[in-house]
Design a binder for this molecule. Structure first.
Ligand SMILES: Nc1ncnc2c1ncn2[C@@H]1O[C@H](COP(=O)(O)OP(=O)(O)OP(=O)(O)O)[C@@H](O)[C@H]1O
Ligand SMILES: [Mg+2]
Length: 436
Protein backbone atom coordinates (compact mmCIF):
# COMPACT_ATOMS: atom_id res chain seq x y z
CA UNK A 1 0.00 0.00 0.00
CA UNK A 2 1.27 3.46 -0.87
CA UNK A 3 1.22 5.92 2.01
CA UNK A 4 1.20 9.71 2.08
CA UNK A 5 4.79 9.53 3.32
CA UNK A 6 5.73 7.47 0.24
CA UNK A 7 4.41 10.32 -1.90
CA UNK A 8 6.95 12.61 -0.31
CA UNK A 9 4.77 14.60 2.08
CA UNK A 10 6.43 15.74 5.31
CA UNK A 11 5.90 13.67 8.42
CA UNK A 12 4.02 16.47 10.21
CA UNK A 13 1.36 16.45 7.52
CA UNK A 14 1.16 12.68 7.46
CA UNK A 15 0.56 12.70 11.21
CA UNK A 16 -2.25 15.24 10.93
CA UNK A 17 -3.92 13.15 8.23
CA UNK A 18 -3.58 10.02 10.32
CA UNK A 19 -5.30 11.72 13.24
CA UNK A 20 -8.19 12.44 10.90
CA UNK A 21 -8.32 8.80 9.88
CA UNK A 22 -6.85 9.51 6.45
CA UNK A 23 -4.07 7.04 5.79
CA UNK A 24 -4.37 5.86 2.22
CA UNK A 25 -4.03 8.27 -0.69
CA UNK A 26 -6.85 8.39 -3.20
CA UNK A 27 -5.86 7.82 -6.88
CA UNK A 28 -5.61 11.49 -7.85
CA UNK A 29 -3.49 12.11 -4.77
CA UNK A 30 -1.18 9.24 -5.55
CA UNK A 31 -0.83 10.40 -9.13
CA UNK A 32 -0.42 14.14 -8.70
CA UNK A 33 1.11 14.86 -5.30
CA UNK A 34 4.67 13.78 -6.23
CA UNK A 35 4.71 16.04 -9.30
CA UNK A 36 3.25 18.96 -7.39
CA UNK A 37 5.86 18.45 -4.67
CA UNK A 38 8.56 18.42 -7.31
CA UNK A 39 7.45 21.87 -8.43
CA UNK A 40 5.78 20.84 -11.67
CA UNK A 41 2.74 22.60 -13.03
CA UNK A 42 -0.16 20.19 -12.74
CA UNK A 43 -3.47 19.93 -14.51
CA UNK A 44 -5.55 17.57 -12.40
CA UNK A 45 -8.88 16.01 -13.10
CA UNK A 46 -10.43 13.61 -10.65
CA UNK A 47 -14.10 12.84 -10.09
CA UNK A 48 -16.17 14.80 -7.57
CA UNK A 49 -15.31 13.83 -4.02
CA UNK A 50 -12.02 12.21 -4.99
CA UNK A 51 -9.79 14.31 -2.75
CA UNK A 52 -8.53 17.07 -5.03
CA UNK A 53 -8.34 19.64 -2.22
CA UNK A 54 -5.52 17.78 -0.48
CA UNK A 55 -3.97 16.97 -3.85
CA UNK A 56 -3.17 20.60 -4.55
CA UNK A 57 -3.25 21.92 -0.98
CA UNK A 58 -0.84 19.61 0.79
CA UNK A 59 2.06 19.94 -1.68
CA UNK A 60 1.59 23.71 -1.57
CA UNK A 61 1.99 23.68 2.19
CA UNK A 62 4.95 21.34 2.03
CA UNK A 63 6.72 23.58 -0.44
CA UNK A 64 5.99 26.75 1.53
CA UNK A 65 7.20 25.32 4.85
CA UNK A 66 10.37 26.57 6.41
CA UNK A 67 10.47 30.08 4.95
CA UNK A 68 8.90 33.30 6.19
CA UNK A 69 6.16 35.36 4.54
CA UNK A 70 5.82 39.12 4.72
CA UNK A 71 2.54 40.73 5.82
CA UNK A 72 0.29 41.33 2.82
CA UNK A 73 2.52 39.19 0.59
CA UNK A 74 1.33 35.57 0.67
CA UNK A 75 3.58 32.97 -0.96
CA UNK A 76 0.79 30.56 -1.78
CA UNK A 77 -2.53 31.44 -3.41
CA UNK A 78 -5.66 29.39 -3.98
CA UNK A 79 -8.48 30.91 -6.01
CA UNK A 80 -11.95 29.41 -5.78
CA UNK A 81 -15.26 30.48 -7.34
CA UNK A 82 -17.49 30.75 -4.26
CA UNK A 83 -17.16 32.04 -0.73
CA UNK A 84 -18.30 28.79 0.78
CA UNK A 85 -15.77 26.80 -1.17
CA UNK A 86 -12.91 29.14 -0.32
CA UNK A 87 -13.79 28.94 3.37
CA UNK A 88 -13.99 25.17 3.19
CA UNK A 89 -10.59 24.88 1.51
CA UNK A 90 -9.06 27.09 4.18
CA UNK A 91 -10.65 24.98 6.89
CA UNK A 92 -9.33 21.73 5.40
CA UNK A 93 -5.81 23.09 5.17
CA UNK A 94 -5.74 24.73 8.61
CA UNK A 95 -4.52 21.73 10.58
CA UNK A 96 -1.84 20.53 8.17
CA UNK A 97 -0.64 24.12 7.79
CA UNK A 98 -0.44 24.63 11.54
CA UNK A 99 1.57 21.43 11.84
CA UNK A 100 4.17 23.00 9.57
CA UNK A 101 4.06 26.35 11.34
CA UNK A 102 2.21 27.99 8.43
CA UNK A 103 -0.81 30.26 8.45
CA UNK A 104 -3.69 29.87 6.02
CA UNK A 105 -6.30 32.59 5.70
CA UNK A 106 -9.32 33.11 3.48
CA UNK A 107 -10.59 36.37 2.06
CA UNK A 108 -14.06 36.27 0.53
CA UNK A 109 -16.83 38.71 -0.27
CA UNK A 110 -19.63 39.31 2.20
CA UNK A 111 -17.22 39.78 5.09
CA UNK A 112 -16.24 43.26 6.29
CA UNK A 113 -13.09 44.06 4.37
CA UNK A 114 -11.49 45.74 7.40
CA UNK A 115 -11.39 42.34 9.02
CA UNK A 116 -9.29 41.11 6.12
CA UNK A 117 -7.08 44.17 6.16
CA UNK A 118 -6.34 43.62 9.84
CA UNK A 119 -5.61 39.93 9.31
CA UNK A 120 -3.28 40.64 6.40
CA UNK A 121 -1.22 42.94 8.60
CA UNK A 122 0.28 39.71 9.96
CA UNK A 123 2.03 37.23 7.69
CA UNK A 124 -0.23 34.84 5.79
CA UNK A 125 1.62 32.02 4.03
CA UNK A 126 -1.25 30.59 2.03
CA UNK A 127 -4.15 32.79 1.02
CA UNK A 128 -7.43 31.30 -0.18
CA UNK A 129 -9.55 33.86 -2.00
CA UNK A 130 -12.51 34.49 -4.19
CA UNK A 131 -11.38 36.67 -7.11
CA UNK A 132 -13.55 39.68 -6.29
CA UNK A 133 -12.31 40.14 -2.76
CA UNK A 134 -8.70 39.53 -3.75
CA UNK A 135 -9.00 42.29 -6.33
CA UNK A 136 -10.55 44.69 -3.81
CA UNK A 137 -7.73 44.13 -1.36
CA UNK A 138 -5.13 44.57 -4.07
CA UNK A 139 -6.76 47.83 -5.16
CA UNK A 140 -6.61 49.04 -1.59
CA UNK A 141 -2.90 48.13 -1.53
CA UNK A 142 -3.34 45.74 1.34
CA UNK A 143 -2.59 42.64 -0.65
CA UNK A 144 0.23 41.95 -3.11
CA UNK A 145 0.88 38.92 -5.27
CA UNK A 146 4.52 39.62 -6.05
CA UNK A 147 5.72 36.95 -3.62
CA UNK A 148 3.36 34.19 -4.77
CA UNK A 149 5.39 31.08 -5.53
CA UNK A 150 2.51 28.67 -6.09
CA UNK A 151 -1.02 29.33 -7.31
CA UNK A 152 -3.83 26.80 -7.38
CA UNK A 153 -7.11 27.30 -9.20
CA UNK A 154 -9.80 25.07 -7.81
CA UNK A 155 -12.71 24.46 -10.18
CA UNK A 156 -10.31 25.71 -12.83
CA UNK A 157 -12.71 25.29 -15.74
CA UNK A 158 -15.22 27.54 -14.04
CA UNK A 159 -12.47 30.05 -13.27
CA UNK A 160 -11.73 30.02 -16.99
CA UNK A 161 -15.27 30.65 -18.14
CA UNK A 162 -16.62 33.98 -19.29
CA UNK A 163 -17.80 35.11 -15.89
CA UNK A 164 -14.46 34.77 -14.17
CA UNK A 165 -11.76 34.80 -16.82
CA UNK A 166 -11.00 38.54 -17.04
CA UNK A 167 -10.67 38.85 -13.29
CA UNK A 168 -8.70 35.65 -12.88
CA UNK A 169 -6.29 36.73 -15.61
CA UNK A 170 -5.72 40.04 -13.92
CA UNK A 171 -4.91 38.30 -10.67
CA UNK A 172 -2.64 35.71 -12.23
CA UNK A 173 -0.82 38.43 -14.14
CA UNK A 174 0.19 39.88 -10.79
CA UNK A 175 1.89 36.68 -9.68
CA UNK A 176 5.51 36.02 -10.74
CA UNK A 177 5.67 34.50 -14.22
CA UNK A 178 7.82 31.56 -13.24
CA UNK A 179 5.59 30.52 -10.35
CA UNK A 180 4.18 27.03 -10.03
CA UNK A 181 0.55 26.55 -11.06
CA UNK A 182 -1.93 23.85 -10.20
CA UNK A 183 -5.28 23.67 -11.98
CA UNK A 184 -7.89 21.23 -10.70
CA UNK A 185 -11.48 20.27 -11.41
CA UNK A 186 -13.73 17.28 -11.96
CA UNK A 187 -14.41 18.69 -15.41
CA UNK A 188 -11.51 20.24 -17.26
CA UNK A 189 -12.82 21.17 -20.67
CA UNK A 190 -11.86 23.46 -23.50
CA UNK A 191 -12.19 26.74 -21.65
CA UNK A 192 -9.38 25.88 -19.32
CA UNK A 193 -6.96 25.77 -22.23
CA UNK A 194 -6.92 29.57 -22.22
CA UNK A 195 -5.35 29.50 -18.80
CA UNK A 196 -3.07 26.59 -19.58
CA UNK A 197 -1.60 28.32 -22.62
CA UNK A 198 -0.97 31.55 -20.85
CA UNK A 199 0.11 30.53 -17.39
CA UNK A 200 1.42 26.99 -17.32
CA UNK A 201 4.90 25.76 -18.11
CA UNK A 202 5.21 22.26 -19.47
CA UNK A 203 2.29 21.05 -17.36
CA UNK A 204 1.80 17.43 -16.51
CA UNK A 205 -1.78 16.22 -16.71
CA UNK A 206 -3.15 13.78 -14.19
CA UNK A 207 -6.57 12.53 -14.99
CA UNK A 208 -8.16 9.81 -12.95
CA UNK A 209 -11.56 10.28 -14.52
CA UNK A 210 -12.90 9.99 -18.02
CA UNK A 211 -14.22 13.19 -19.60
CA UNK A 212 -17.47 12.37 -17.92
CA UNK A 213 -16.38 12.43 -14.33
CA UNK A 214 -18.38 9.37 -13.40
CA UNK A 215 -18.48 8.26 -9.80
CA UNK A 216 -19.25 4.57 -9.68
CA UNK A 217 -20.82 4.62 -6.22
CA UNK A 218 -23.53 6.97 -7.52
CA UNK A 219 -26.94 5.88 -8.82
CA UNK A 220 -28.84 8.12 -11.22
CA UNK A 221 -32.54 8.19 -12.09
CA UNK A 222 -34.82 10.27 -14.23
CA UNK A 223 -38.11 10.55 -12.41
CA UNK A 224 -40.91 11.27 -14.86
CA UNK A 225 -43.25 13.28 -12.69
CA UNK A 226 -45.87 14.46 -15.18
CA UNK A 227 -46.90 18.09 -14.66
CA UNK A 228 -45.92 20.93 -12.40
CA UNK A 229 -48.53 20.20 -9.77
CA UNK A 230 -47.44 16.59 -9.36
CA UNK A 231 -43.85 17.71 -9.25
CA UNK A 232 -44.65 20.08 -6.40
CA UNK A 233 -46.18 17.33 -4.33
CA UNK A 234 -43.39 14.90 -5.11
CA UNK A 235 -40.76 17.44 -4.04
CA UNK A 236 -42.44 17.73 -0.64
CA UNK A 237 -42.51 13.98 -0.21
CA UNK A 238 -38.90 13.55 -1.20
CA UNK A 239 -37.88 16.34 1.16
CA UNK A 240 -39.67 14.55 4.00
CA UNK A 241 -37.31 11.59 3.63
CA UNK A 242 -34.82 10.58 6.21
CA UNK A 243 -31.26 11.73 5.60
CA UNK A 244 -29.55 14.76 4.13
CA UNK A 245 -30.96 15.96 0.83
CA UNK A 246 -29.77 18.73 -1.49
CA UNK A 247 -32.28 20.15 -3.94
CA UNK A 248 -31.05 22.23 -6.84
CA UNK A 249 -33.12 24.93 -8.50
CA UNK A 250 -32.29 27.09 -11.46
CA UNK A 251 -33.10 30.48 -9.93
CA UNK A 252 -32.74 32.30 -6.63
CA UNK A 253 -36.41 33.06 -6.68
CA UNK A 254 -37.13 29.38 -7.22
CA UNK A 255 -35.03 28.54 -4.17
CA UNK A 256 -36.88 31.02 -1.97
CA UNK A 257 -40.25 29.79 -3.15
CA UNK A 258 -39.33 26.17 -2.64
CA UNK A 259 -37.98 26.75 0.86
CA UNK A 260 -41.22 28.48 1.80
CA UNK A 261 -43.30 25.58 0.52
CA UNK A 262 -41.19 23.03 2.34
CA UNK A 263 -41.26 24.89 5.62
CA UNK A 264 -44.99 25.36 5.33
CA UNK A 265 -45.20 21.58 5.12
CA UNK A 266 -43.14 21.28 8.31
CA UNK A 267 -39.88 20.36 6.64
CA UNK A 268 -36.81 22.03 8.04
CA UNK A 269 -35.27 23.33 4.82
CA UNK A 270 -32.98 26.28 4.27
CA UNK A 271 -32.01 28.05 1.08
CA UNK A 272 -28.62 29.01 -0.30
CA UNK A 273 -28.14 31.45 -3.16
CA UNK A 274 -26.11 34.47 -4.11
CA UNK A 275 -28.61 37.13 -3.09
CA UNK A 276 -28.74 36.03 0.51
CA UNK A 277 -26.73 37.78 3.16
CA UNK A 278 -23.54 36.05 4.17
CA UNK A 279 -24.97 35.33 7.62
CA UNK A 280 -27.89 33.41 6.13
CA UNK A 281 -25.59 31.61 3.68
CA UNK A 282 -23.29 30.49 6.44
CA UNK A 283 -26.15 29.42 8.69
CA UNK A 284 -27.75 27.42 5.91
CA UNK A 285 -24.58 25.48 5.18
CA UNK A 286 -23.71 24.98 8.83
CA UNK A 287 -27.18 23.72 9.66
CA UNK A 288 -26.99 21.34 6.76
CA UNK A 289 -23.52 20.14 7.70
CA UNK A 290 -24.33 19.48 11.34
CA UNK A 291 -27.58 17.78 10.42
CA UNK A 292 -29.94 20.22 12.13
CA UNK A 293 -31.36 21.24 8.74
CA UNK A 294 -31.78 18.06 6.71
CA UNK A 295 -32.75 19.77 3.45
CA UNK A 296 -30.71 22.36 1.60
CA UNK A 297 -32.30 24.06 -1.39
CA UNK A 298 -29.72 25.82 -3.54
CA UNK A 299 -28.80 27.32 -6.85
CA UNK A 300 -25.65 26.17 -8.61
CA UNK A 301 -23.70 28.25 -6.12
CA UNK A 302 -23.60 25.03 -4.08
CA UNK A 303 -22.91 22.80 -7.07
CA UNK A 304 -19.14 22.83 -6.98
CA UNK A 305 -16.69 21.70 -4.38
CA UNK A 306 -18.95 21.80 -1.34
CA UNK A 307 -18.13 18.80 0.83
CA UNK A 308 -20.79 17.88 3.35
CA UNK A 309 -20.83 14.47 5.00
CA UNK A 310 -23.61 12.00 4.45
CA UNK A 311 -25.59 13.73 1.73
CA UNK A 312 -27.52 10.70 0.54
CA UNK A 313 -29.69 12.25 -2.17
CA UNK A 314 -29.25 15.01 -4.72
CA UNK A 315 -32.42 16.20 -6.44
CA UNK A 316 -32.35 18.22 -9.63
CA UNK A 317 -35.74 19.84 -9.10
CA UNK A 318 -34.97 21.99 -12.12
CA UNK A 319 -32.68 20.30 -14.59
CA UNK A 320 -29.28 22.00 -14.71
CA UNK A 321 -28.50 24.38 -17.54
CA UNK A 322 -25.65 22.26 -18.90
CA UNK A 323 -24.12 18.83 -18.49
CA UNK A 324 -21.13 19.95 -16.46
CA UNK A 325 -23.43 21.44 -13.86
CA UNK A 326 -25.19 18.07 -13.71
CA UNK A 327 -21.95 16.34 -12.75
CA UNK A 328 -20.96 18.88 -10.14
CA UNK A 329 -24.42 19.05 -8.56
CA UNK A 330 -24.60 15.27 -8.50
CA UNK A 331 -21.16 15.13 -6.94
CA UNK A 332 -22.44 16.54 -3.66
CA UNK A 333 -23.33 12.94 -2.85
CA UNK A 334 -21.27 9.76 -3.11
CA UNK A 335 -18.09 11.46 -1.98
CA UNK A 336 -14.88 9.77 -0.94
CA UNK A 337 -16.08 6.30 -1.81
CA UNK A 338 -19.48 6.55 -0.10
CA UNK A 339 -22.64 5.83 -2.05
CA UNK A 340 -25.48 8.13 -3.00
CA UNK A 341 -28.44 8.66 -5.28
CA UNK A 342 -29.14 11.42 -7.78
CA UNK A 343 -32.58 12.04 -9.22
CA UNK A 344 -33.68 14.46 -11.90
CA UNK A 345 -37.33 15.42 -11.81
CA UNK A 346 -38.58 15.53 -15.36
CA UNK A 347 -41.86 17.16 -16.32
CA UNK A 348 -43.41 16.04 -19.59
CA UNK A 349 -42.17 19.00 -21.58
CA UNK A 350 -38.62 18.59 -20.24
CA UNK A 351 -38.05 15.03 -21.42
CA UNK A 352 -36.11 15.82 -24.53
CA UNK A 353 -33.96 18.45 -22.87
CA UNK A 354 -33.04 16.11 -20.01
CA UNK A 355 -32.31 13.18 -22.32
CA UNK A 356 -29.83 15.30 -24.22
CA UNK A 357 -28.25 16.66 -21.09
CA UNK A 358 -27.67 13.25 -19.57
CA UNK A 359 -26.31 11.88 -22.79
CA UNK A 360 -23.79 14.71 -22.84
CA UNK A 361 -22.95 14.10 -19.22
CA UNK A 362 -22.31 10.46 -20.07
CA UNK A 363 -24.70 9.36 -17.37
CA UNK A 364 -26.92 6.33 -17.58
CA UNK A 365 -30.06 7.25 -15.66
CA UNK A 366 -33.04 4.92 -16.04
CA UNK A 367 -36.36 6.71 -16.58
CA UNK A 368 -38.99 5.81 -14.03
CA UNK A 369 -42.57 7.03 -14.03
CA UNK A 370 -43.53 8.16 -10.56
CA UNK A 371 -46.57 9.57 -8.83
CA UNK A 372 -46.93 11.02 -5.37
CA UNK A 373 -46.06 8.27 -2.88
CA UNK A 374 -45.89 5.65 -5.61
CA UNK A 375 -43.87 2.58 -4.63
CA UNK A 376 -41.08 3.41 -7.09
CA UNK A 377 -40.78 6.93 -5.71
CA UNK A 378 -40.56 5.61 -2.18
CA UNK A 379 -38.01 2.94 -3.07
CA UNK A 380 -35.69 5.25 -4.95
CA UNK A 381 -35.85 8.34 -2.77
CA UNK A 382 -37.27 7.25 0.59
CA UNK A 383 -40.17 9.67 0.07
CA UNK A 384 -42.62 10.07 2.95
CA UNK A 385 -45.76 12.08 3.57
CA UNK A 386 -44.70 15.28 5.35
CA UNK A 387 -46.13 15.36 8.83
CA UNK A 388 -44.63 18.27 10.69
CA UNK A 389 -46.51 21.44 11.49
CA UNK A 390 -45.59 24.59 9.58
CA UNK A 391 -42.26 26.20 10.32
CA UNK A 392 -41.61 29.95 10.22
CA UNK A 393 -39.17 31.30 7.66
CA UNK A 394 -35.53 30.49 8.51
CA UNK A 395 -34.12 32.70 11.21
CA UNK A 396 -37.54 33.74 12.56
CA UNK A 397 -38.66 32.58 15.98
CA UNK A 398 -41.43 30.07 16.43
CA UNK A 399 -44.85 31.30 17.50
CA UNK A 400 -45.52 31.64 21.22
CA UNK A 401 -45.20 28.44 23.21
CA UNK A 402 -44.52 26.47 20.05
CA UNK A 403 -41.49 24.26 19.96
CA UNK A 404 -39.66 23.38 16.84
CA UNK A 405 -41.55 20.32 15.66
CA UNK A 406 -39.35 17.31 15.17
CA UNK A 407 -40.44 15.02 12.45
CA UNK A 408 -39.97 11.49 13.66
CA UNK A 409 -36.70 9.97 12.42
CA UNK A 410 -35.99 12.82 10.12
CA UNK A 411 -34.30 15.57 12.00
CA UNK A 412 -30.72 14.58 11.88
CA UNK A 413 -30.08 12.73 8.72
CA UNK A 414 -29.25 9.08 8.70
CA UNK A 415 -25.62 9.17 9.50
CA UNK A 416 -25.39 12.26 11.61
CA UNK A 417 -22.07 12.43 13.32
CA UNK A 418 -21.27 8.89 12.38
CA UNK A 419 -18.29 9.86 10.37
CA UNK A 420 -16.10 12.76 11.27
CA UNK A 421 -17.79 14.03 14.42
CA UNK A 422 -15.38 16.91 14.45
CA UNK A 423 -14.33 18.05 11.07
CA UNK A 424 -10.76 18.74 11.91
CA UNK A 425 -9.25 16.68 14.60
CA UNK A 426 -9.51 13.36 16.23
CA UNK A 427 -12.51 11.84 14.48
CA UNK A 428 -12.00 8.61 12.68
CA UNK A 429 -12.29 9.70 9.12
CA UNK A 430 -11.33 6.63 7.28
CA UNK A 431 -13.79 7.02 4.47
CA UNK A 432 -12.66 3.94 2.69
CA UNK A 433 -14.13 1.72 5.34
CA UNK A 434 -17.46 3.30 4.46
CA UNK A 435 -17.20 2.56 0.80
CA UNK A 436 -20.46 1.30 -0.60
N1 LIG B 1 -7.07 9.79 1.07
C1 LIG B 1 -8.25 10.03 1.62
N2 LIG B 1 -8.86 9.09 2.38
C2 LIG B 1 -10.07 9.32 2.93
N3 LIG B 1 -10.76 10.48 2.79
C3 LIG B 1 -10.21 11.45 2.04
C4 LIG B 1 -8.93 11.29 1.43
N4 LIG B 1 -8.63 12.41 0.75
C5 LIG B 1 -9.67 13.24 0.92
N5 LIG B 1 -10.62 12.67 1.69
C6 LIG B 1 -11.92 13.26 2.04
O1 LIG B 1 -12.74 13.14 0.88
C7 LIG B 1 -13.68 14.19 0.84
C8 LIG B 1 -13.74 14.79 -0.55
O2 LIG B 1 -12.53 15.47 -0.83
P1 LIG B 1 -12.51 16.81 -1.68
O3 LIG B 1 -13.49 17.78 -1.17
O4 LIG B 1 -11.10 17.24 -1.76
O5 LIG B 1 -13.01 16.28 -3.09
P2 LIG B 1 -12.87 16.96 -4.53
O6 LIG B 1 -12.17 15.98 -5.40
O7 LIG B 1 -12.30 18.30 -4.41
O8 LIG B 1 -14.39 17.02 -4.99
P3 LIG B 1 -15.17 18.15 -5.87
O9 LIG B 1 -14.87 17.86 -7.31
O10 LIG B 1 -16.59 17.95 -5.56
O11 LIG B 1 -14.64 19.46 -5.44
C9 LIG B 1 -13.26 15.19 1.91
O12 LIG B 1 -14.15 15.08 2.99
C10 LIG B 1 -11.89 14.74 2.30
O13 LIG B 1 -11.60 15.02 3.65
MG1 LIG C 1 -12.97 20.18 -4.67
Amino acid sequence: MTTFADLGLPRDIVNVLRKEGITEPFPIQEAAIPDALAGRDVLGRGPTGSGKTFTFGLPMLARLAGAPSKPGHPRGLVLAPTRELAAQIRERLDAPAAALGLRVFDVVGGVNINQHIRALASPVDLLVATPGRAEDLINQKKLFFDAVEITALDEADQMADMGFLPQVRKLLDRTPKDGQRLLFSATLDGDVQKLVDRYMHDPVTHSTAPAEAAVDTMEHYRLLVGGREERGEIVLQIAAREGKTIMFMRTKHGVDRQVKKLRRAGINAQGLHGDKGQGARTRALEGFSDGSTPVLVATDIAARGIDVDDVSLVVHVDPPAEHKAYLHRAGRTARAGTSGTVVTLVMDEQRKEVDQLLRKAGVDAPAVEVEPMSPQLVTITGARVPQGSPLPPPGQPQGKGQRQPQRPNAAGGSGRGRRRPSRNRGGNRNRRSNAG
